[in-house]
Design a protein around this ligand. Structure first.
Ligand code: CU
Length: 287
């Protein structure tokens, strides 16, 4: 589908959009099964920008394979589907300790999941903005964690990378004020601070519930309806073409916390919410 990209998508794909993202922008590329990212960064306001570099990107760019099955390979429907979680480690713990503990199914209270950027159909990228203190971190992908077959668990397949955050040499950038606040309430409703108009918008996603929240933005495809997008389930895949494109979002917003993400909306219909909770809200975006 490469020929159908908008000018904005080409901008996003080329990385030029990172100039408009808050704080220091850290580019993270994800594929099977690796992250490419810096080893060391300075503390402060950081935006992680996640690019898909693996099989799903190759398939979308060549356009030859059905977009719906773009992440599937070897019978694994999420093999090429990657998100980023930033995990903060207590002092003295390493990324190798973290990997070992997960592999051995040992408790690891010394590792705290901060969330991160979610998935968008490439060449679109996703991003998450947060303030990082000096310390040891791990960049990882928890896709496949819930599956019985642990060979499908991306972290255990090597998708983790140590990140050291060192004290900053200059004053940190201030956290910018969001354009829109989307708040998940304790009863699972998503409340928006205002209507969304087309353009680049900084969204603060607040999780007022007691569980981590995967936040997804899906753009309803032209000719398809929001009702179809709301009703669609992954199991519909073989019989019903996916009625939306994954447009952006966050892998996790921890319970009781919030996270910032910058999203460029084109006019059209979107649904926002979480497939983990089977709860989506219709979001019409006008000029
Ligand atoms: Cu992954």
């Amino acid at each position: 589908q490469a020929g159908q990209l908008t000018a904005q998508e080409r901008l996003d794909a080329s990385g030029n959009a990172s100039r408009a993202l808050p704080g220091k922008v850290i580019d993270v590329a994800a594929g099977e099964f690796y992250f490419q990212a810096p080893d060391t960064i300075q503390a402060g306001l950081i935006t992680f920008q996640l690019r898909q570099m693996g099989l799903i990107r190759r398939r979308v760019m060549t356009g030859g394979v059905a977009r719906d099955s773009g992440a599937a390979e070897h019978g694994d429907p999420t093999r090429g589907f990657h998100m980023l979680w930033i995990v903060r480690l207590d002092s003295g713990r390493t990324a190798a300790d973290f990997h070992r503990a997960v592999q051995a199914r040992e408790p690891h209270k010394w590792a705290r999941n901060l969330g991160g950027p979610g998935f968008a159909l490439p060449p679109r990228t996703t991003n998450a903005t947060l303030v990082l203190k000096p310390g040891n971190y791990v960049l990882t992908c928890f896709v496949g964690a819930a599956r019985e077959d642990r060979s499908r668990y991306h972290l255990l397949n090597g998708m983790f990378k140590a990140l050291t955050v060192v004290p900053a040499r200059s004053a940190p950038a201030a956290t910018p004020k969001p354009d829109i606040v989307m708040r998940l309430t304790g009863d699972g409703a998503l409340e928006l601070s205002q209507q969304v108009t087309a353009g680049r918008r900084l969204i603060r996603v607040e999780n007022g519930s007691a569980k981590a929240y995967e936040f997804q933005i899906r753009r309803v495809l032209p000719g398809r309806t929001t009702a179809e997008a709301l009703a669609w389930q992954p199991r519909d895949n073989p019989t019903m073409t996916r009625p939306f494109d994954p447009w952006g979002g966050l892998s996790d917003v921890p319970a009781g916390e919030s996270m910032l993400t910058t999203v460029t909306f084109e006019p059209g219909d979107y649904v926002v919410g979480s497939s983990m909770r089977a709860a989506f809200t219709v979001l019409p975006v006008r000029r």
